[in-house]
Design a protein around this ligand. Structure first.
Ligand SMILES: [Zn+2]
Length: 358
């Protein structure tokens, strides 16, 4: 990993001021006003930072979050947490939530149940030792999971947290690409980022300003659902029993690659894959007439099978599969969008969704 460059404090302030100006639009603001307090929160998203704590970046990351008035979830590597207990306590005192990201960051799905238990429980102990309490959230390295791992998590009282948006910061994304990725977050969603990149730190002020302009605020990740909720753990106003609420009031900043046909809808799929499995996030965007309901069809590659899905009613687990809206996400106004997702075994690559408005 390249050694992160230090950014002069003055530049941080300039960026933050610029972000505030975007957030406030035409409204005059005072520099003292925290950006988040100004806008109402109609929904919450989870900002997550994996692979710390790191002596070179954690403090700068915490400073950037604090300056932006944002709280985030840190999925710490246990071995690093034990070696840098002061940084874990710094995360805690900055108001951040702390999760478990395994002891050595291995490919857990290639390990035995006993090895998995050791990776997770050692990390629980190290973080408990540093902060006084053991995590409730667990993010599997590489997003790789299976039934054995899920049962180990359950035994330790951990909720598995994947993500709805991958910032690609680990893959060399620029600050503006990270900001762009975060602009696709929807209520309840979670974005994958890492403690270790200056690009990621530099993105924070703009991410928070963009969220604020869409009525979204950084929140905590609920240990009962694995999705983002208000910082005190309560759901946003008038939620369904299970995430997300209404479609967003603002159109997404980046349109899907295939534009919706007039009056219909379109769907695009984003994949997070690993050896032997995948999570697919499908974005449904309404055409010029909006929708009262929708059905997305796609054919899974041979050998792929769906093990779970969310925010949709699904028929089929392999081959030709259809996904229909549930009660809270069928109605999409013109040009707006919603998301659903599913997890599967095998390879999910090459799926081409088609959408029909109903
Ligand atoms: Zn990781």
């Amino acid at each position: 990993m390249p050694r992160p460059r230090r950014v002069p404090r003055r530049l941080c302030v300039t960026l933050a001021t610029f972000a505030l100006a975007i957030a406030a639009g035409a409204v005059a603001i005072t520099v003292a006003a925290p950006p988040v307090a100004a806008a109402p929160c109609n929904g919450y998203v989870g900002l997550t930072y994996d692979d710390g704590p790191n002596a070179g970046t954690t403090n700068a990351l915490l400073n950037a979050l604090t300056s932006a008035g944002a709280r985030a979830t840190f999925f710490n590597i246990g071995q690093k947490a034990q070696q840098n207990q002061a940084l874990v306590r710094a995360q805690q005192s900055a108001g951040m939530w702390i999760g478990n990201h395994s002891w050595t960051h291995p490919h857990l799905t290639q390990m035995s149940a006993a090895q998995m238990t050791s990776e997770l429980s050692q990390t629980q102990q190290a973080i408990q030792q540093a902060t006084g309490s053991a995590p409730r959230l667990f993010r599997p390295p590489y997003g790789e999971t299976n039934a054995t791992l899920k049962s180990v998590e359950a035994q330790l009282g951990l909720t598995e947290v994947l993500w709805s948006v991958d910032s690609q910061d680990w893959n060399g994304a620029s600050t503006s690409q990270i900001v762009q990725a975060a602009s696709t977050l929807q209520n309840g969603g979670v974005i994958l980022m890492h403690d270790g990149y200056q690009t990621t730190i530099n993105a924070i002020a703009q991410i928070v300003a963009n969220l604020s302009s869409r009525g979204l605020c950084p929140g905590m990740i609920s240990p009962s659902t694995g999705r983002a909720v208000a910082p005190d753990g309560t759901q946003p106003t008038n939620p369904p029993t299970n995430p997300p609420t209404n479609p967003p009031t603002n159109p997404p900043t980046n349109p899907p690659t295939n534009p919706p046909t007039q009056g219909g809808c379109s769907a695009g799929v984003t994949l997070n894959s690993w050896n032997g499995g995948f999570v697919a996030t499908v974005r449904v965007t309404a055409g010029s007439s909006g929708t009262n309901g929708w059905t997305v069809s796609m054919t899974l590659p041979s050998g792929a099978a769906i093990t779970s899905s969310w925010n949709t009613q699904r028929s089929g687990t392999s081959g030709a599969v259809t996904f229909t809206n549930v009660s809270f996400n069928g109605r999409i106004a013109a040009g707006q969008s919603t998301e659903f997702g599913f997890q599967g075994t095998g390879s999910g690559s090459g799926m081409t969704p088609s959408c029909r408005a109903t």
